[in-house]
Each structure stands twice: as C-alpha cells, then as structure tokens.
Design a protein around this ligand. Structure first.
Ligand code: NAP
Length: 361
C-alpha cells in the first residue's frame, strides 16, 4: 500500500494545499526526499502566486490531481547540498521555478530547452521519478536537483525577485526567441497583470517601445507613469485600436481568459508576430485571412530552459528589474486568489513563507 504524503519521505514538510476544485487552500503536512548526491535543499522564504496556480487549484484545465501544493516562483536560502553538488553551497540565495526534472537526453534537453522536454516534470502536481507527487513552494522547504536551481544575484531583493522566475522568464523568452527584442521595435503587451507588468519592464530594458492593450481603462495612468509604458490601448475601444493598426512588430499576449485575437492581429505590421503565453481554458478563434495578408505569425511560448532562466535573471540583475509585489501572509492566500481572479493585484502577490507559515503548522 502507498504511504501517505506525510510518511513517504524522511524530511518533514509543511505547506498549504487545495483538496478539490473549490480551490480552497488549507494547511497540509507532507514530506520531501532526503538530500541526494546532486540535490540542493533550501528553506523557502518567499513564493509568488502565478495565475497558473489559480487555474490549477480550480482545475480549469481538467489536469489537476489533489491534494495540490501550488507555487513555482520559489526563493530561499540553501540549507544542505548533496556530495556531488558543484554550483551551490549552504547559505546561497537560490530559486526554483516550474521544473523539477526532465529526461536530460532528448533533443530539447540537449539544446537547453528542458521546458519543452516531453518528459519534463513540473514542480507541483506531477509524478517524480520515484513515483511520488511533486509539491510546490507554498511550503517550508524544497529539495531540487541542482540542475533546476537558479542562483539569485545579490542585488535583487528576494521577495520582488520570486515572480521573475516564472512571470519574468515567460515574457523574456519569447521576446528573444521571436526576435522582437531589437532596440526601437514596437511591442504590444496584452493584459496588465503579473506577466504583463514584467513584459513592460523587460521590453523597456531591451530598448523597445511598449504599448499595453488592456481591458481595464483604469490601469492606464499607472502603466504610463509608473511602469513606463509608451502607449495604452483599451481593447474594447474600437477607435483607439483602429488608430494603432499595423504599427507593432510583435505582441506578447498574457491574457488568462478567452478573448478576441482578430483585433490584435490587426495591430501587427507585415511579418508581425503574435505570441500567446496566457493559457485560457478554452480554445480561441483564429481568423486566417488576416495572417495571409501580411505574412503574420501566431506562436506560443512556455517559460524557458534553465540556461535561459539564468541569463534572464542576470539581465534582470543588470537592469535592476524586480516585480511590483503585494507581500501577504499565508493565511491571506484564499483572499489573494479571489482578488487575483478579479485582476485586483498590483501586480503579483508574494507569500511571506518564512514569516507566516510556521504559525499554522
Ligand atoms: P494575471 O496577473 O491574472 O494577469 C492576467 C491579465 O489578463 C489580467 O490582469 C487582465 O489584464 C487580463 N484579463 C483577465 N481576464 C480577462 C478577460 N476576460 N478579457 C480580457 N483580459 C483579461 O495572470 P498572470 O499570472 O499574468 O498569468 C496570465 C496567464 O499566463 C495565465 O493564463 C497563466 O496560466 C499563463 N501563464 C503562462 C505561462 C507560460 O509559460 N506560457 C507562464 C505563466 C503563466 P487587463 O485588466 O489589463 O486586461
């Protein structure tokens, strides 16, 4: 008979889990494996709340198995390293994002694209090599193979840095891969949430002109004055959208819900690229003629590989990029999820794990 989550491994762990599709999170005792030769064990200090966590606890994609401990924007301090670990030592500031493992032998893994490995194991809600379930960063400790551990530069505060591990890489990677990172290019960012606000910061640091396309007119002032966007279009304002037709080299679409693509394709120049990173639970309608008439591309992108993740963090360090966060205690997490579902956060909730989790154990 399979052991319970609390007893299957030697290291006692404590976190908050959702038990069903109500998505309600509550205290959860489980365990983690003992530090193996190539493992890094760390005390979790902060964990960001990504909309993917919300999709997962609510089972929006029909893929969730419960109980699930979410969290893949995890940062902390190393407490133990395995005998064969070469990149990290006790006391280092580190992070783990969405990946817990990959096959290491396929073409994607060999090309630093572990994120596209068909056998990639996610940080939470997946089956690890030993058959046990992975649990994420809404918890006190993490154990990870060092390959999937990221070094956090000293100049970045850990709380503001946590969201970069997912929200940051998810927008950085497509800007680079799709070549919409050249100084002076005009990029649109659809949806001003966690990913969207990181997209402004990375794109501005790359020297791009950035226009936000948002369903929330009340976000305009802050997008322009505080986040540094160059333009702001309200997606349901036909005149505003019309005025920007054919002006953009690329668009990063971060929207978490079903929405219209046709007006976005209209914003692209000839050869423009619309890159989908948001993950709505239902398919979107794609009109083909506007793509033909301008050789336009609609593509996708999912986080980034480990090498690119370190490159992205080093870029963030050089340009002092961190997320704008609202730091919350763990017992606020259900309210935070409710607010996130309404777009009521500027711009990422981060859970203060070290200072709040223990009081509920
Ligand atoms: P978020 O903070 O909730 O931001 C999403 C934004 O989308 C909202 O702030 C809102 O911006 C807009 N939006 C929401 N509902 C909308 C609707 N019905 N119509 C139009 N716009 C709407 O979420 P996030 O953490 O940035 O994540 C965004 C999406 O990316 C999620 O689906 C998440 O699962 C996915 N994701 C994908 C990857 C990947 O690797 N591809 C990685 C992480 C997350 P406005 O108010 O400005 O319109």
């Amino acid at each position: 008979m399979a052991l319970s989550p609390e007893n299957e491994h030697p290291l006692k762990a404590f976190g908050w889990a959702a038990r069903d599709s109500s998505g309600h999170l509550s205290p959860f005792k489980f365990s983690r494996r003992a530090t193996r030769e190539k493992d890094v064990t760390f005390k979790v200090l902060y964990c960001g709340i990504c909309h993917t966590d919300l999709h997962t606890i609510k089972n929006d994609w029909g893929l969730t198995s419960y109980p699930v401990v979410p969290g893949h924007e995890i940062v902390g301090v190393v407490t133990e390293v395995g005998t064969e670990v070469t990149k990290f030592k006790v006391g280092d500031k580190v992070g783990v994002a969405g990946m817990a493992g990959s096959c290491g032998t396929c073409a994607n893994c060999k090309n630093d694209l572990e994120n596209y490995c068909p056998k990639m194991i996610m940080t939470y809600g997946a089956k690890y090599y030993d058959g046990t379930i992975t649990y994420g960063g809404y918890s006190d400790i993490m154990v990870s193979n060092e390959h999937f551990v990221i070094k956090i530069p000293d100049n970045l505060p850990l709380d503001g840095c946590a969201p970069i591990l997912c929200a940051g890489i998810t927008v950085y990677s497509p800007l680079k891969y799709y070549g919409i990172d050249k100084v002076g290019m005009h990029v649109g960012v659809v949806g001003l949430g966690g990913l969207g606000h990181m997209a402004i910061k990375f794109a501005k640091a790359m020297g791009l002109k950035v226009t936000i396309i948002s369903s929330s007119p009340n976000k305009k002032k802050e997008a322009m004055n505080h986040l540094g966007a160059d333009g702001f279009l309200v997606s349901h304002n036909k005149e505003e959208m019309q005025s920007a037709m054919g002006t953009m080299d690329g668009i990063i679409d971060t929207v978490s819900a079903v929405h219209a693509l046709l007006p976005l394709i209209g914003l692209l120049k000839t050869h423009g690229k619309l890159v989908m990173v948001g993950a709505p639970e239902k398919p979107l309608e794609l009109h083909i003629f506007p793509l033909l008439m301008g050789r336009k591309i609609v593509g996708g992108s999912c986080v980034g590989g480990v090498k690119e993740m370190q490159e992205m963090i080093d870029f963030a360090s050089k340009h002092n990029i961190i997320a704008d966060i609202e730091l919350i205690p763990i017992n606020y997490v259900n309210t935070a999820m409710e607010r996130l579902s309404k777009g009521d956060v500027k711009y990422r909730f981060v859970i203060d794990i070290a200072n709040s989790l223990a009081s509920f154990s």
